[in-house]
Write a protein that binds this ligand. Structure first.
Ligand code: SAM
Length: 301
């Protein structure tokens, strides 16, 4: 007869080694080995654009590092749709980056709000992933987007499960004639007498937007803010002004939220292929924007 201690040691050994034959008896039916969604040697397809045939888009998969790269603005959804939002809308957000956020921080049926919805990219990703998308904008591009100022979102307190926002980055794009458009506020505007920082009006407006996001989010929920820094050439001079919009907005958000992570999003923007842009950047000693930030924040419980 084996001793009790010997039996216990054997059970412990088998529990720690699910590969052993008799381990099955203690763990119940073993799960079939799940296939990783990618080739073990080459990694996930979305992380290896070169492995994809020309003209094809890599299959979507959860990105696991803080460098998010995908060689297209859009992805092919499970119904075969090839675009979310509109590629013709100046300043449209990369739909695959919103897909990444919704996969990680939301569940089916959750309410996802985009207070500056533009061409409706967030709404299309929501449809694809069966989330309830609600979009607002001062210049709605589609009937399902409601006209509203992001500083006064027409929603009750603590009713959103997630918020995605891609605000104007200073004055580069003329979104509409609406005087309330934050894209009319220069984040590089020089300090005035009573201002505390460069671009004060822009950051004050964005503080109001962020405070509204905080108001509508349920405690314990997440938000993603997609933004880029900017650089503006001084007319007739070789010099320019750098606007650290990302860090300034991050500092504002820290007053409301708990920081979860900072992602660098690389879009492979075709405009960055333009030789004359690179020549100007070298000659005038400035940098072209190579990445955007995706700031992920959580509203405390
Ligand atoms: C970068 S675009 C958003 C792009 C959008 N995510 C998409 O994929 O098409 C910024 C948007 O902010 C909107 N906007 C600017 N100021 C606003 C405000 N105060 N309230 C609501 N929307 C505003 C603009 O009309 C513009 O559509």
């Amino acid at each position: 007869m084996p001793k009790r201690d010997d039996i216990r040691a054997k059970i412990e050994q088998e529990l720690n080694d699910p590969g052993s034959r008799s381990g099955k008896a203690y763990r119940g039916k073993r799960k079939p080995k799940s296939k990783p969604p990618y080739n073990k040697k080459s990694g996930p397809a979305h992380a290896n654009p070169k492995k994809v045939k020309p003209g094809e888009r890599p299959q979507m998969g959860i990105m696991t590092t803080t460098l998010w790269e995908y060689p297209s603005q859009h992805y092919d959804d499970h119904l075969g749709r090839k675009m979310q939002g509109s590629k013709d809308y100046a300043g449209a957000s990369p739909s695959w980056a919103i897909w990444q956020l919704l996969q990680r921080y939301t569940r089916k049926g959750d309410t996802v709000v985009d207070p500056m919805c533009g061409s409706g990219t967030t709404l299309d990703v929501c449809k694809d992933l069966q989330r309830k998308g609600i979009g607002f904008d001062l210049h709605p591009q589609r009937p399902e987007i409601t006209l509203a100022d992001a500083r006064e979102i027409p929603m009750p307190d603590e009713t959103a499960d997630f918020v995605f926002i891609d605000p104007p980055y200073s004055t580069h794009i003329d979104y509409s004639d609406d005087e309330r458009c934050i894209g009319k506020l220069d984040s590089g505007a020089p300090m005035q007498d009573d201002d505390v920082m460069m671009g004060h009006a822009y950051y004050e407006a964005m503080d109001q937007v962020i405070s509204e996001i905080d108001r509508i989010l349920k405690p314990g929920s997440y938000m993603g803010l997609y933004v880029s820094d900017s650089w503006k050439k001084h007319k007739g001079k070789k010099s320019g002004t750098f606007m650290p919009i990302g860090f300034e907005l991050f500092a504002i958000m820290r007053d409301y939220f708990e920081p979860i992570d900072i992602i660098s999003v690389v879009r492979h923007n075709q405009k960055l292929q333009r030789g004359n842009w690179h020549k100007a950047a070298e000659e005038q000693n400035f940098f072209l924007r190579g990445f955007n930030y995706m700031f992920i924040m959580k509203k405390p419980e």
